[in-house]
Ligand binder design. Structure first.
Ligand code: UDP
Ligand code: MG
Length: 136
């Protein structure tokens, strides 16, 4: 049975700043993801805080939100069979030092905070995150 899903992907400021957005988009496309929607935006700090509210009690929360709002990002809705897990696998581990060969974070990530991409971690969160950026 086919299980087509949509997930939210963000190319984070460290990658956009290095002009890696087209290269990263090509990786998604070459792995069979359709980019249904995309936009390049810069968040206000309060918007980043809202997006990452799930992490509000973590010690890295404030730095994380400042960072996400520090420059332009590219936000995309990706679609594919089992897209949520597939995107997480293609991204690699949160810490680029632990990410497997062939993953986006292994290839482009600078550090655990500047790890180049975000991806929804569940189908439920994917829906919430897609609505956050693309609710008409
Ligand atoms: N993060 C960080 N320090 C940490 C853990 C996470 O700066 O010790 C940042 C990192 O950029 C990560 C984001 O917070 O991508 C969200 O953390 P999460 O655990 O959800 O990782 P992800 O789902 O992005 O792999
Ligand atoms: Mg996460």
């Amino acid at each position: 049975m086919s299980n087509i899903e949509r997930t939210l992907s963000i190319i984070k400021p460290d990658a956009v700043e290095r002009n890696l957005d087209n290269e990263i988009k090509d990786i998604f496309k070459s792995q069979g993801f359709s980019i249904l929607k995309e936009k390049k935006i810069q968040l206000e700090k309060f918007e980043a805080e809202k997006f990452y509210k799930i992490h509000e009690t973590k010690p890295f929360y404030d730095d994380l939100c400042s960072y996400l709002a520090s420059g332009p990002i590219v936000v995309m809705v990706l679609e594919k069979e089992d897209a949520v897990l597939g995107n997480r696998e293609l991204m690699g581990a949160t810490n680029p030092k632990e990410a497997k060969e062939g993953t986006i974070r292994k290839k482009y990530g600078i550090s655990i905070d500047k790890n180049s991409v975000h991806g929804s971690d569940s189908l439920e969160n994917a829906k919430i995150e897609i609505d956050f950026f693309f609710k008409d």
